[in-house]
Design a protein around this ligand. Structure first.
Ligand code: FRU
Length: 430
């Protein structure tokens, strides 16, 4: 295995990204029906994740499915397009519970407001502490957009349930995990548009240690990056790197927990070089997460059409990379291009924030759906989502992925029974 800190990140190259194409049916989200159901009329709901183990599997608790979502009160933001687009300034993490993984009840806020160090809570992960009955660690991003601060953080509580529902206690204090250091990842003084958020902790099966993925940017002054052969890849004859390519500087970040996981001490981390960078290609690789499957390491991340640079194009959706040598790579893009599931060109902003679980189920939220008959790129009218999209399933086959199933809106599938039983892997055969 390549050692964790003496290595270069793998590059998602310009040549790789030239292979990205929308509307391939194996890598395209189904078109969502105009009359999609809304899970929660009172709240805008977007980035979402199931309660899971630190080893990745979705779990139920006493027979209840549980998920966290970024939410904002429609009454506060306005229950219209302007309200939806303004939601980030009112974001907090709420939770929902369900008997069947389809019909959801809102349970309330997770973090005690007194534990909030900053006004907004952005994405993270909700994880049952390994070895405990009901301790839950809530990883999130503590955000103050006014002063351009975002700090991956964690708060700890306990989960409880009876026949009537699920509730949480605790979450009364916040520990900041790590910050953008300007050395491994860009900080606000290098890049006023820097991203540093979405903590995704996991145990690396190869060494048993706890690591955390997160969204970052390549360190260095914004606009000063030079695109070399490493970032360009194997370009076609006559291709010239597009103007402004260097404004794309996304990085999939990783840090190693130094303090004790067993004691719930998340205060000390070692910052490590990024796993994958998108220098010259794209400025955002958000909500990175990992799936270990069939001896391979799959790294997924979400990205936007609008954050591609240098004239490159690709749909909003989930992208991915695969390593044959464990978490530290090297990584190559899945499906040659990196695209795993993109929005169809007839509804280019219909879904976002896809999360791939270890069984290949992919959850996302509905953003905007163009009204039928309007220009999808600039629709005169569209329906706002703010609720969850149909869950789909993909098969991971070596370095390729295939869309194979479509399920209910916001549906979650649990992994518990298989994880507890040592039965054969229930995922579709590859
Ligand atoms: C992805 C994302 C995350 C962030 C959240 C804020 O949809 O941009 O990176 O935590 O949304 O709403």
């Amino acid at each position: 295995m390549v050692s964790s800190n003496a290595r270069l990140p793998s590059a998602w190259t310009i040549a790789d990204a030239l292979k990205v194409h929308a509307d391939d049916p194996t890598t395209t989200m189904p078109v969502i029906a105009q009359d999609f159901p809304v899970i929660d009329d009172a709240l805008w709901q977007w980035d979402t994740g199931a309660l899971r183990r630190i080893t990745g599997e979705t779990v139920t608790f006493k027979g209840w499915y549980v998920m966290w979502s970024l939410v904002a009160e429609r009454a506060q933001t306005g229950d219209d397009a302007a309200g939806w687009h303004n939601r980030n300034a009112f974001a907090f993490i709420g939770y929902y519970y369900s008997r069947n993984g389809i019909d959801w009840t809102f349970g309330g806020r997770l973090l005690n407001t007194s534990a909030d160090l900053r006004p907004d809570e952005w994405s993270g992960s909700l994880i049952m502490r390994q070895g405990s009955e009901n301790v839950v660690d809530m990883f999130y991003t503590s955000v103050n957009t006014d002063v351009n601060q975002s700090v991956p953080s964690v708060s700890t509580g306990t989960i409880h349930a009876d026949d009537s529902g699920v509730w949480f206690e605790g979450f009364t204090a916040t520990t900041e995990m790590f910050s953008a250091d300007g050395l491994h990842y860009a900080n606000a003084s290098q890049d006023p548009y820097f991203d540093f958020r979405d903590p995704h902790p996991f145990i690396n099966p190869a060494d048993g240690q706890v690591y955390c993925l997160f969204e970052g940017n390549v360190p260095g002054m914004r606009g000063d990056f030079v695109i070399t052969d490493r970032e360009a890849g194997h370009l076609p004859p006559g291709y010239t790197v597009g103007e402004g390519a260097g404004y794309g500087a996304a990085a999939i970040g990783i840090a190693r927990l130094v303090s004790s996981y067993a004691q719930g001490d998340f205060s000390r981390w070692e910052m490590l070089p990024a796993l994958v960078t998108a220098l010259g290609v794209n400025d955002q690789t958000e909500r990175p997460h990992v799936v270990f499957h069939n001896g391979l390491t799959y790294l997924f991340t979400i990205s936007h059409h609008s954050t591609y640079t240098g004239g490159l194009e690709g749909p909003d959706g989930v992208y991915g990379f695969v390593s044959r040598h464990g978490i530290f790579g090297p990584y190559t893009p899945l499906n040659s291009s990196g695209l795993v599931l993109g929005n169809p060109s007839s509804a280019p902003y219909e879904t976002y924030s896809h999360f791939v679980d270890p069984m290949g189920y992919v959850q996302s939220f509905i953003d905007t759906l163009p009204a039928p008959g309007t220009d999808p790129q600039a629709p005169a009218t569209y329906r706002i989502g703010g609720t969850l999209a149909p869950t789909v399933r993909i098969v991971l086959e070596d370095d390729r992925t295939f869309l194979t199933e479509v399920h209910d809106y916001g549906q979650i599938f649990a992994f518990d029974e298989w994880a507890a039983s040592n039965q054969p892997d229930p995922r579709p055969a590859t």
